[in-house]
Design a protein around this ligand. Structure first.
Ligand code: ADP
Ligand code: MG
Length: 352
């Protein structure tokens, strides 16, 4: 008898909607760090400090010197689908990291979130949210920029809490995320601190803002993150095709690795793990490396946002090029060219 069991359709409340969205955006402390650091980058910061306790489970705190959020906009920043980054008229015209307006409300649904911010000479203000319930905007003390503090991630969702790994593993994931973002932003200074137990803690990673032109800055940053040996063995890549620009550094085949750990790919500043691009990188080294060796490279593709869809996945690590062949061809041909030139240089040096 159908009428007895007829399902009732109910509108979910905001807290439930936010928690569902959070499941997409925030898998673990490192994904919260990624969203918050991207926000700091989008805000035009020149220095970003990331602090965490207990692998980020009890505390994640991002301090930036960016544009800040004005007092009257603080509640809006915590509201779903509220963003300063697109106006909705052109969803393909995305120049910043964020564009969904989902990160802060999601984090406010799965942890205790406090934002303190100051714009210019205006007084600083703060707002807290817990279980999607927003507190009042209050006066605060801050010299400038924004501090976002996320405490007790997943405290209200024991099921997710159980899925977190050891503090050490979560801290490692945070470090990886920060290093990847730092690679793409060599002119921004980054500090990562483990403040477990309170106090100043200890800096586990620090990269001063690089200076010079883009290639100098990138080279310096890669030396800092991947290592001096990589930087010394890296070939400069600078190529363009059909609206796609490729820059970066790719290591000589002699610096290859036993795994793909040293492959860093970015599209419009976003770290991506894209099969197509990884395949292209492998293809470029095909003649130089045996199957069990992996090339090391940090490559950045930049293009008009209309030529690539970054909307494929909420975690935004996959992308879809309008013309995948062009992206692949650009990587393969420019890297092969650089490798052939390096090989030629080496052989003429030996001969001469
Ligand atoms: P999105 O980044 O997709 O816009 P978020 O929920 O991450 O969505 O952030 C909402 C809004 O809050 C942003 O559009 C931005 O205006 C503001 N915001 C967030 N973090 C910062 C920050 N660190 N500095 C300045 N503004 C910020
Ligand atoms: Mg964001």
């Amino acid at each position: 008898n159908i009428s007895q069991e007829l399902p009732v359709i109910r509108q979910l409340d905001d807290a439930a909607i936010n928690r569902i969205a959070a499941g997409e955006v925030v898998e673990r402390p490192a994904s919260a760090v990624k969203e918050l650091v991207e926000n700091a980058i989008d805000a035009g910061s020149t220095r970003i400090e990331i602090a965490y306790s207990d692998g980020g489970k009890t505390l994640i705190r991002i301090t930036d010197d960016g544009c800040g959020i004005s007092e009257d906009q603080l509640p809006l920043a915590l509201s779903r689908h509220a963003t300063s980054k697109i106006d909705g008229s052109d969803l393909l015209d995305i120049h910043t990291f964020g564009f969904r307006g989902e990160a802060l409300p999601s984090l406010g649904a799965v942890g205790r979130l406090t934002i303190t911010s100051r714009v210019g000479r205006a007084p600083a203000a703060c707002i807290s949210v817990e279980g999607s319930v927003m507190g009042p905007v209050k006066p605060a003390a801050l010299s400038g920029g924004t501090i976002v503090e996320l405490r007790d991630l997943f405290y209200a969702t024991p099921a997710r809490l159980k899925f977190m790994r050891t503090d050490r593993a979560e801290a490692q994931a945070i470090t990886d995320v920060v290093k990847r973002l730092a690679m793409a932003e060599p002119f921004i200074g980054f500090t990562l601190r483990d403040v477990t137990g309170g106090g100043e803690g200890r800096a586990t990673f620090r990269a001063e803002a690089e200076t010079g032109d883009l290639f100098d800055a990138l080279h310096g940053r890669l030396a800092k993150i991947i290592g001096k040996e990589f930087a010394e063995n890296a070939l400069r890549i600078d190529a363009e095709r059909d609206g796609l620009r490729l820059i970066g550094y790719a290591a000589l085949p002699t610096y290859s690795r036993g795994s793909s750990v040293a492959q860093y790919l970015f599209v419009n500043g976003r770290p991506v793990k894209d099969k197509l691009l990884v395949g292209a990188l492998r293809g470029a080294y095909f003649d130089y490396l045996s199957r069990d060796r992996h090339p090391a490279a940090a490559l950045f593709i930049d293009c008009d946002p209309h030529l690539v869809d970054v909307n494929v996945h909420p975690a935004k690590s996959e992308v879809r090029f309008r013309d995948p062949g062009v992206a692949r061809g650009l990587i393969v041909s420019s890297l092969r060219h650089a490798l052939a030139e390096a090989g030629h240089r080496a052989s003429t040096t030996v001969a001469g």
